[in-house]
Each structure stands twice: as C-alpha cells, then as structure tokens.
Design a protein. Structure first.
Length: 449
C-alpha cells in the first residue's frame, strides 16, 4: 500500500479541536466555555483535576506547530474555532460583540498554514459552547439556532478570504447524547427530553448555518463530521440482537444523516425517535435538509450489541471487546474492518457523493525514551485502518481525504490528559513537542518512501 494508491489529489492531514489543544482559556478576552466549567466541577482522570486551561498552549505556539506539520508533509489540517474566543456576550447572553483578538488568532493561523502549503479545514463547532449560552439552556433551547447562525456568520465573514473548507458540527450525536442525555460530558445534563431537543436543534442549526454559508459564499465547500461506529449484533442470527443493533444504529448514525437527505428521522427502526416530532415547528422538515459538499466520518472501532430488556429504549447493551483482542488505551477494540464497513454504508446513500475520514487514530501508552517516542502499535493501527480505507475506495467509495486524530496529545474530554492520541508527543509541564515514530512513518508514507 502506498499513498499514491489513494490518488494524486487525495488529502492527507491532521485533526485537532480548540478546547483540546489551545489553552489560553482567559487570554485576550476569551470567555468561559462549558468545558471550562465542567472540568472544574468534575474530577477528570480519576484523582487528578485535569482541565483545558493550558492544554497544549497552541494559541501561543501555533507557528511552531504549523512548522512541525509542514515538516511532516501533510497537505491539510482540520481544526476548530472556539466560539468563546471570537464572540463576547453580555451578562445575559443576548447580545455580543466581535472579539477581534480572537478572530485575529484564527486569521493568523490560517495564513500561516497557507504559507506552508497546508489547506485549512475549519470545524465551526467542536463541543465548546460558551457557558453564558448554556445558562440559557444551551442546545435544548431553540434560541440556539439563531445564536449559532449569528456566530457562524461572524466567523465566515472574517475567515472566508482564506478559508474555503468548512465542517459545521463535529459529532452531534456525542455532544447531545453525552452532554445532554447521560451527563458524562459538558454540560452534564441528563434526560430523554434534553437529548431529543438538543438532537433536533443541532441538526436544524447545522443545516440552516450551512445554507447561510453557501448563500454568501457559493464557492465554499461545506461538510459535516459524524461519529460513525460500526454497530453489529452480537449474534447475527438472533432477532433480539439484530433489532437492538438497528436501534443503536438509528440513534447513533442514521439520525444525523437521513434528515439532511430529506428522509426524516429513522423512526421505523427506533420508534422512540417519534417523540422528537413534538419539537418540530412549521418549516423544519424543509429547513433541516442540506446537500453537503462532503461528509466527514470519524471512526475508531466497532460496538457489538446484545439484546437486554433492562436498557431503556434501545433494549440492548454494548459488550466489551472479545477476550484476547487488541484494545487501545481507551479500551476500544482494534477492528480495522469496521472502517471498511462504515465507508461502504455511508456511500450507499444516493445523496452522499464525497466522503472524508475526518478522524481516525488510537490512544496508546507512549513513553519518551532518550528524545524519541517509539509507538509501533500505533503504526500498525494506521497501516491496518488505511488498508481497509483503500479497499473501500477501490470498490467505488468516493473517499477523498484522511485526517489523523490527532496531531498532538491533548485534553481528551472527560478522560483528561491520560489518553495519548497524538502523533506528536506533548510534555505538558514544559510544552515540548516530540514527533513520535508514527509521525515519522506518516511523513514517509505520504512522501512515498
């Protein structure tokens, strides 16, 4: 397998998010986000009080980070905007002004990338809602839709001269389910009502904001980025396991694909989603539709589902990985066939014409040794998953890009700083960066060595 097998115009990049690497949480007028608040209230990473206030200090080190990316040979970089860094709200969250220093940071970042021949892909929302807007209900309050559209308009107006590729939301199933459904992530809310409201509002806000960008900037390329897990019934011949897997698939994947394609929510496989209709208003059926220029898939592993009537609504539980299988630091099974499966599934939709792998990678227990970080398991992970991606591409999947998660070790949400996903090691006390062996392998792979 060679990089050229994917095509001469294929995009090879890294991915990160603002809350996970930027730090500078109160610098130059930035206001708190829900993750600043949540991390201070919770004990993240066990006994340690991990929080994203410094993270990788990317805001103050971005030029060095872009230089490292350039040295590693990537031609694209996916990063996100911190909503709290670019807009300053009043004490009630009803009016805002542009935080010019925040906007200037992202403009300088995009300019620096382009100087180095690296194409910027900007994610407009990667989970870090301004805390002041959460105090108004966050994604459960329908007012979030116009607020989000205002934010997107402000960012795209300032960055459109240099940025042409946009991803509107990152993994809406994760920030709605984990943040508003079961309370594991910021803002820590729970309940089916909160989940369904936030799901519909996120889908609607994404479609309407995407349409706004396209109207103002028709040449822009607009996509989304969904977490797509390969969901399989534990027993392929067991009706209960099959039905439970169908329900999981409807909630985790289909509910964030099919509404945009004019198919509505997948209530036939998961009747509980019928309850979302009470949050519809006139015009939502039309406004939720949008033709994305590309679809991003974030994929790491598979989930095997076994029927269990004690689990509400889904009537099934996610099993632990099979005994003896390889797992990552997150406890996720290494299962490269899953990437092939979900790429084939996504490409089966008639409205999906362009797919990018916008996140894929593995957390491993890396230890620096004499200025090097040897991570052979991560290298084998990437080789196996890229082989599955190439198999899908050769079978007709319109795959056009691959973004490794992640460029840097970073703040891994509720897991804190313990998991290390990066191809570049970060020594958090000093901020020192050390490209791991996997980064050097990625460089050589892209270069065709």
């Amino acid at each position: 397998m060679k990089a050229t097998d994917f095509g001469k115009d294929f995009l090879w990049g890294f991915a990160t998010s603002a809350a996970q690497i930027e730090g500078a949480w109160d610098q130059d007028g930035r206001q708190p986000s829900i993750w600043d608040t949540f991390a201070r209230k919770k004990k993240l990473n066990g006994k340690h009080r991990d929080h994203p206030s410094i993270a990788c200090d990317h805001v103050n080190r971005y030029q060095d980070d872009v230089r490292i990316m350039h040295d590693l040979g990537v031609n694209s970089y996916r990063y996100s905007i911190s909503w709290s860094r670019v807009l300053e709200y009043d004490s009630r969250g009803f009016s805002f002004k542009i935080n010019q220093s925040g906007m200037d940071f992202y403009r300088k970042l995009s300019d620096e990338l382009q100087k180095k021949g690296i194409r910027p892909f900007v994610t407009l929302y990667h989970w870090d809602l301004p805390q002041i807007l959460q105090e108004r209900g966050g994604w459960t309050n329908r007012d979030i839709i116009p607020l989000f559209r205002e934010y997107v308009s402000a960012v795209t107006d300032h960055l459109s001269p240099t940025v042409k590729d946009w991803m509107v939301l990152n993994e809406p199933i994760m920030f709605t389910l984990l943040g508003y459904g079961i309370g594991m992530h910021a803002p820590g809310k729970k309940g089916v009502k909160n989940l369904l409201k936030s799901m519909h509002h996120a889908n609607l806000a994404q479609a309407m904001a995407a349409a706004d960008i396209k109207k103002k900037s028709p040449q822009s390329r607009i996509g989304t980025s969904n977490a797509i897990i390969d969901i399989q019934p534990f027993r392929e011949d067991h009706k209960g396991d099959i039905l439970s897997a169908d329900r999981y698939r409807a909630l985790f994947s289909r509910a964030f694909v099919e509404p945009y394609l004019g198919m509505g929510y997948p209530t036939e496989k998961f009747p509980m989603l019928q309850k979302i209709e009470k949050y519809f208003r006139e015009g939502d059926d039309w406004n939720i539709q949008f033709h994305f220029d590309f679809w991003g898939v974030n994929h790491y592993s598979r989930n095997r589902i076994k029927t269990n009537r004690w689990f509400p609504y889904v009537k099934g539980r996610i099993l632990t990985p099979p005994s003896g299988t390889e797992t990552t630091q997150m406890g996720w099974e290494v299962y490269p066939e899953g990437l092939y499966n979900i790429l084939k599934w996504m490409s089966s939709y008639r409205g999906v014409k362009n797919i990018m792998i916008t996140e894929n990678g593995a957390a491993m227990e890396d230890v620096p040794e004499e200025g090097r970080v040897h991570d052979p398991r991560r290298i084998e992970y990437y080789k196996a998953y890229l082989s599955s991606a190439l198999k899908a591409k050769k079978e007709g999947v319109p795959l056009t890009g691959y973004f490794s998660w992640s460029f840097l070790d970073n703040f891994e949400w509720a897991e804190g700083y313990r998991p290390r996903f990066g191809m570049v090691h970060v020594d958090y006390p000093s901020g020192e960066r050390i490209p791991k062996d996997s980064a050097l392998w990625y460089r050589d792979f892209i270069a065709g060595k």
